[in-house]
Write a protein that binds this ligand. Sequence first.
Ligand code: ARG
Length: 271
Amino acid sequence: MKKTRILTGLVLAVSAFLLTACGSSTKEDTSVKDIQKKGTITVAMNPEFAPFEFKTLVNGKDTIVGSDVELAKAIGKELGVKVKFSSMSFNNVLASLQSGKADIAISGISATEERQKVYDFSTSYYESKNVVIVKKDKLADYTKTTSLKDKSVATQKGTIQENIAKDQLKGAKVVSLVQNGEMINELKNGQVDAVVFEKPIAQAYVDKNSDLAISEIDLKSGDSDAYAVAMPKGSKALKAKIDKVITKLKKDGTLDKQVQEAYDLSVSSAD
Ligand code: ARG
């Protein structure tokens, strides 16, 4: 009797020890150290998204510019590393974090609840609502979410606009395309009837295309649609650094200024 009791006690003690040992051995957060060791932070983006990220000629050279680029540079500075941009289609941007091709992703990414399950996100840095672009001469035809019934609506593949269009533009045929430029071309030549974008992106396209306009169709945004920097899961230390950078840029007005400057640049530059 006594022997079994001692034995049970021993088993309990051992398992308790194993449990704590396992608990404390959860992987160490090396998110900042790893990047600093490499000396470079690789940032995934889809640079077809003015004013946040787009390509333009700088001193005759094709260069990725925009407010997200400025944000990436500020993060690089905070970490004391160089910044490298990896350009790809939007539907690959988040996956590049899982494959290790990029360290962070900055691409006007909405930190939706679904994405938060798979990735870590910084504090948000920009909020905007969704709008519908149509041909200017059709403005009077498309005024409500039901006006696009049986019409073709283009959205960028892998974006939240795909679901926003499907859920809110009742009866519309939603076509997902990889390139934003292609959606605009299809709208201009009548292959689709409307395109859904967040307001600043829509405005930048409309300002460059006098045959297009933002309709008065009212779309609802979700609570977690604001833009944030995406990181692989387990990046607590990195998130703390990035949050610090964003909080400062937001507070002193730098971020809004950078969005405005990038907007002016995009509208004045040729595609
Ligand atoms: N905010 C939207 C999303 O997260 C669209 C982002 C598209 N970004 C881009 N660079 N094309 O789904």
